[in-house]
Ligand binder design. Structure first.
Ligand code: NI
Length: 158
């Protein structure tokens, strides 16, 4: 288990498309463990592998709601419903927050780390996070979709 270096705003890798995971081997398991450690270290709710420099379709999410982190391998959004206007940030854009429109509900399929294909119906923050993280897998960044004029820079706490 280790903290990995975050790829930040301006790093070209963030605009690249990630590749499907074909075999969930030890390397992928280590990547997942490290991504969860990195997510927790920076108090994020979601992290895509590309943000630690790995172009694989792996996402980890932790809503800090008492449940274990969710690991999504090769996630696909099957259906979206409605819209929600939300405040959003990204670990690759430290201290920057903006308003953005996300789907109110998302139905997604993914493979869990045991290799089982799963389906989730997500609302609110989970729908927002799945939408944000699957965008990362396509090389799409929230900053390019924000509602104009809503960007705020928050100074980190000393
Ligand atoms: Ni992000």
């Amino acid at each position: 288990m280790a903290i990995r270096n975050l790829r930040l705003e301006g790093d070209e890798i963030l605009t690249k498309k990630s590749r499907e995971v074909e075999v969930i081997d030890e390397k992928i398991q280590t990547l997942i463990d490290d991504m969860i450690d990195t997510l927790h270290k920076y108090n994020g709710v979601g992290l895509a592998a590309v943000q630690v420099g790995v172009l694989k379709r792996v996402v980890v999410i932790d809503l800090y709601d008492g449940n274990d982190p969710i690991v999504l391998i090769n996630p696909v959004i099957i259906k979206t419903k409605g819209e929600q206007e939300v405040e959003e940030g990204c670990l690759s854009f430290p201290n920057q927050f903006a308003k953005i429109i996300r789907p109110a509900e998302v139905i997604a399929e993914y493979t869990d780390r045991e290799g089982k294909r799963m389906r989730v119906t997500a609302k609110e923050l989970l729908a927002q996070t799945i939408s944000h993280e699957t965008d990362h897998l396509e090389g799409e960044l929230f900053m390019d979709k924000i509602i104009p004029g809503t960007l705020e820079y928050l100074e980190p706490e000393k």
